[in-house]
Design a protein around this ligand. Sequence first.
Ligand SMILES: *Cc1c(COP(=O)(O)O)cnc(C)c1O
Length: 400
Amino acid sequence: METKRLLEQSSKYLMNTYDRAPIVLRKGRGTRVYSTDGREYLDFAGGIAVNVIGHCHPRVVIAIQKQAQRLLHVSNLYHTEPQIRLARLLVENSFADKVFFCNSGAEAVEGAVKLARRYAREHLGEGRFEIITAFNSFHGRTLAALSATGQAKFQKGFEPLVPGFRHVPYDDLEAMREAVNERTCAVMLEPIQGEGGVRVPSEGYLEGVRRLCDEAGLLLILDEVQTGMGRTGRLFAYEHFGIEPDIMTLSKGLGGGTPIGAVLARDRVVEVFTPGSHASTFGGNPLTARAAVATLETLLEDDGMLMQECQRLGEYLRRGLLRLKEEFSGTVVEVRGLGLMVGMELTKECTPFVKACMERGVLINCTAGSTLRFTPPLIVTTEEIDTVVDVLEGVFERLS
Ligand SMILES: *Cc1c(COP(=O)(O)O)cnc(C)c1O
């Protein structure tokens, strides 16, 4: 009854921007979420790569409770300890020298774009403002991030877009080389395309892009909003490829479920930002910063044990899905991914598969039309992975 009323009010009062499942979630613990009608779900969507250490991780909850009693917000005209601690943790564990905090992935991308443009103005000259991004990429929904995104379906009806973005096919180094011209200032890529269908680049691609950027004097921006924070089995995905970016964006997993984003960069780049260059009222707010510190400390403890497990569990999940590919070769095109960022491309539209999984108590999501995406918390167990593979087998039997 309560559920029905809430669902009615949801469509009455909320803008219709999401194709939401008809359930109301009220509680989450670890890998599971619970609905108002008393059902339990294994959450393999993980808040779309947000709940890296699970729902309501005790360490994050306690950090938030303590911080909420002490200080919720002051402006960025003053220093706060949680923000400083978080910046230090990020710098000590990445390529970067400095951090700027904001509140979401799109905002982090906006910050990165502004930083790259300002850097290019000061170091390369007036006419260098173009940023090369990939087709099929996803960088967010605000106007510049949307313009950077290489997918027309997200941009339709919102023109004019922000000028200064040029798109090339992903994983095609030659196309990237040809796109560089006298206006180019930076390249921006996801190390693995997330919303584009979990696309892992070929060996040598990102290394080649890094080399190209160095030769042409371009900044390399890696959008690790989805791949960052341990998701791929390393704290940041670039670590797999033996390269480092000049600028990196983070968000999704960073705050342990609270909204926070970050732009990380090297000193030689960030020196073009001075007081007044960029700002955010809530960016690095004590509450979310403290939650992020708890999240990062959890990921880093015991020599990054959770991230090492992530590699092993990711392989275990991919093996399970590959068995289904053998069994249902007419339905499954490919299984791909890194760590616990896994995609399973189907020969058909995948929404009915997502629905059928939900009816059987498993939450996953569908991206790029025909790719099932699995981004469970890193604390998932092999038994839970077995459950999900079994559920999928049942669903494939019915829908193949
Ligand atoms: C989700 C995502 C974004 C946008 O993040 P929001 O917090 O929704 O603004 C940007 N880049 C990548 C790679 C993402 O996956």
